[in-house]
Design a protein around this ligand. Structure first.
Ligand SMILES: CC(=O)N[C@@H](CC(=O)O)C(=O)O
Ligand SMILES: [Zn+2]
Length: 313
């Protein structure tokens, strides 16, 4: 990226990948990517090479989140530089292969954009996941998508956080974008969820085409929800949960949670209230895959980011 006056210039986004099956039981992305591997007409755009790709085929085959370890946590420098060998967990080997094809992560040879398609059991709607508040290309794209799908909404989750950020499959790209659509049970396809994922991706690819054609995007602002904290279920000394998400909180992703509001319901009916400071916006509420991660939901805070003008270099 270079800066001429107030416009940031980025290289053409010529190499774009669409990942499905980073988690093998999240069916919308898997189904779309398999459709597009058979016939890619829908994802073709002028001046863009778009590659649909199944990232964790063994997990997809078993319809499970992962085989040995979570692929969407595996793209650490340590894993990517580990001497390859048969003793490595399957997903670590796979991360190394993906890094070879689409990276290397952090290098000029890396893919320009990777869309990573996920589903959640939470009521998050159609959420865009942004990894860096400084990625003006992605901010502009997200602004474009939000405008295009209005009056439907499309929240942006910013995962930039000193402790809670993780090493995703998409992170090998220069501009990583997660798409998280729910609610959809694991292993299940729901037409509404499938279609909203497809529509967001259509607008995203349209944006890339316009950008590559040389259109300049003026400065804009984007409302985001920045990851703040993770909240675990109350547990006994053996680590077993002793409460559920409170009915007042269940399905209320992106709605304000204030100090004193109900958060968990103990099995005897007692209410556990939120005791943090100030208003937060919970999301990933009661996500099935997060029980093993000791996470009942994440809290976020609202923020407005400014994206500078961008155009093709
Ligand atoms: C439910 C789920 O898998 N969510 C994704 C979020 C992301 O892609 O950043 C994950 O935990 O990897
Ligand atoms: Zn996922």
């Amino acid at each position: 990226m270079t800066s001429i006056s107030n416009v940031s210039c980025f290289n053409e986004a010529r190499r774009v990948a669409i990942f499905g099956g980073t988690h093998g039981n999240e069916m919308s992305g898997i189904t779309l990517v398999n459709l597009w591997i058979k016939n890619g007409k829908e994802i073709q755009r002028k001046g863009v090479e778009t590659k649909p790709f199944i990232t964790n085929p063994r997990a997809v085959e078993k319809c499970t989140r992962y085989v040995d370890t979570d692929l969407n946590r595996a793209f650490t420098t340590e894993n990517l530089s580990a001497p390859s060998g048969d003793d490595l967990p399957y997903e670590v080997k796979r991360a190394q292969q993906i890094n070879e094809i689409f990276g290397p992560k952090g290098s000029p040879d890396a893919y320009d954009v990777i869309f990573d398609l996920h589903n959640t059991t939470s009521n998050m709607g159609c959420t865009l996941i942004l990894e860096s508040s400084k990625d003006h290309f992605n901010l502009q794209m997200m602004h474009y998508i939000k405008k295009a799908i209005a009056p439907d909404s499309c929240p942006v989750l910013l995962t930039e956080h000193p402790l809670l950020k993780y090493s995703t499959s998409r992170s090998v790209a220069k501009h990583p974008i997660g798409l998280e659509v729910g609610p959809q049970p694991q292993g299940v396809l729901r037409s509404n969820i499938f279609e909203s994922m497809r529509v967001v991706l259509k607008h995203a690819l349209d944006f890339i085409e316009l950008f590559n054609e040389g259109l300049e995007f003026p400065p804009c602002s984007v409302d985001v929800f920045r990851v703040w904290d993770k909240m675990d279920y109350p547990r006994d000394t053996n680590g077993n949960i002793i409460a559920m998400v409170h009915p007042n909180l269940q399905d209320c992703d992106w709605e304000p949670l204030n100090p004193g509001d109900p958060m968990f319901q103990m099995f005897d009916g007692t209410t556990v209230r939120y005791e943090g400071v100030g208003t937060v916006y919970p999301t990933f509420i009661n996500e099935a895959a997060y029980y093993e991660k000791q996470q009942a939901f994440v809290t976020t805070r609202r923020e407005t980011l400014v994206a500078g003008a961008i155009k093709k270099a």
